[in-house]
Design a binder for this molecule. Structure first.
Ligand code: ADP
Length: 433
């Protein structure tokens, strides 16, 4: 702690300075002359100290003031402490601002701080990208002059921010942004902008999914209800018609059952834990069973079906999931190839990794459909798929299964020539016998 200059100390100093001068002056008979020179020397010394102070304040870059002498020692020391305190406060403030900015940069949303008149005070890097702002050029510009969408301009000018605003932006492709504005400090507003494109897509997918499931269930339900209404107790149809109705109802119930089973299987695969998918699988034996099923499905199609299986090629994975991937691809080939076609199923080691493919010489698929085949409920020809009992979920299930096995489905097809559905499994999934 530095010493405080008190009035008493100052007077005591003055007194001790002038007393010897007065005494000597009295002794030599010229007290006023000595007093005059004493006062002059004191004045010059004080001016010198003042000069040193002003020189340090204005010209020198050193943080520490010059060494003070006499009463000036405390003053210089006081200034030094004041400087020190200010510098500490300034550093703390700068640190606070830096931390705030780092925090605002770390959030996954675009953040813009505005004055109440909507002029920009600060924004994070993401805001530059998402809103197309330029920094520092746009500092002080009104945000509603830079984001010119009329809905946004109205929203900002109405200053009613209890509900967020959703905007379709064409700036970086198709993008849906959500703007939330909240009061910040006393005279400022903080605008938080979030990209909700993915969220909206998921919401749309969920809506489509519910609509698709309802649609798929409605048709068989309508058929069954229609027949049941016809068969009210006192109005039974003739036996020949009853047999047809019975057959159709069974068929429609089977269709609903298959749809529900596929939906359950899809949700099971999506929700399954990772560790369930590394069990040893005797894939050749599994494919042998699928071959038997394929032959019975082939009874009225008369395809030539060739199974080319490497009997040594076992793998690790989830048995139920891989069975459904294998069989979906094989059964699809049988369904979507005209009678008397040729289907070749391969399970071999290719380039040192397990490789599965189903090649058919069916009608093939036009290029515009290929990338959509693994979407839920997507079918090239709805009527035909329904006839085969298809629900449009088989390839969606296959895609999920493969992605859980670090693989992906490859589809190559040519209209009029046929299709090839294939995938490889990573080398790490190979089990040596
Ligand atoms: P589905 O239950 O309708 O068979 P999938 O998801 O298994 O559903 O298949 C989606 C669509 O892909 C089918 O409706 C069909 O149009 C087409 N498709 C699948 N496999 C083949 C194939 N081997 N040849 C031609 N088209 C196919």
């Amino acid at each position: 702690m530095y010493k405080v200059v008190t009035k008493q100390a100052l007077f005591k100093r003055l007194f001790l300075y002038f007393l010897p001068l007065v005494l000597i002056g009295v002794l030599i008979g010229a007290p006023f002359v000595l007093l005059f020179f004493g006062a002059l020397t004191l004045l010059i010394w004080h001016y010198h100290q003042l000069y040193r102070l002003s020189d340090w304040l204005l010209n020198q870059r050193s943080f520490n003031p010059p060494e003070g002498e006499g009463a000036w020692e405390q003053i210089f020391e006081g200034i030094y402490h004041l400087q020190h305190r200010n510098r500490k406060k300034r550093n703390e403030l700068a640190d606070l601002i830096r931390r705030f900015r780092e925090g605002a940069e770390a959030v996954p949303d675009a953040v813009v701080v505005l004055q109440f008149d909507l002029s920009i005070v600060w924004c994070n890097q993401l805001a530059l990208k998402v809103l197309g702002l330029q920094w520092p050029t746009d500092h002080g510009q009104r945000l509603d002059n830079l984001v010119r969408d009329p809905k946004f301009v109205k929203y900002m000018q109405n200053k009613r921010f209890d509900e967020p605003l959703e905007l379709d932006m064409a700036l970086s492709g198709e993008q849906i942004l959500e703007f939330r504005v909240m009061p910040y400090a006393e005279t400022q507003l903080m605008v938080v902008v979030r990209d909700i494109t993915r969220l909206k897509q998921l919401e749309q997918m969920r809506k489509d999914f519910v609509a698709n499931v309802s649609h798929e269930l409605r048709t068989p339900l309508t058929v069954v209800t229609g027949y049941l209404e016809m068969m009210e107790a006192d109005n039974m149809p003739p036996p020949a018609m009853w047999s047809k109705a019975h057959h159709t109802m069974i068929e429609q119930c089977k269709r609903m059952d298959s749809l529900v089973n596929q939906l359950l299987s899809l949700s099971r695969i999506e929700g399954a834990r990772k560790q369930d998918k590394d069990k040893p699988i005797n894939a050749p034996a599994m494919l042998k069973l699928i071959e038997t099923e394929a032959l019975s499905l082939n009874q009225d199609k008369y395809h030539e079906i060739i199974f080319n299986i490497d009997s040594e090629l076992d793998v690790k994975g989830s048995p139920d999931e891989l069975r459904s991937a294998f069989s979906n691809l094989v059964f699809n080939a049988i369904h979507y190839t005209k009678p008397n076609g040729r289907i070749e199923v391969n399970w071999v080691e290719k380039d040192e990794v397990p490789y599965f493919s189903v090649v058919d010489n069916g009608d093939g698929i036009a290029p515009e459909h290929i990338h959509r085949l693994t979407e839920r409920f997507y079918r090239v020809d709805k009527a035909r798929s329904r006839k085969t009992g298809g629900s449009g979920l088989g390839l969606a299930i296959t895609k999920h299964v493969l992605s859980r096995h670090d693989s992906m489905l490859r589809i190559s097809s040519e209209v009029g020539k046929g299709s090839c559905f294939s995938f490889t499994l990573p080398k790490s999934k190979r089990v040596s016998k």
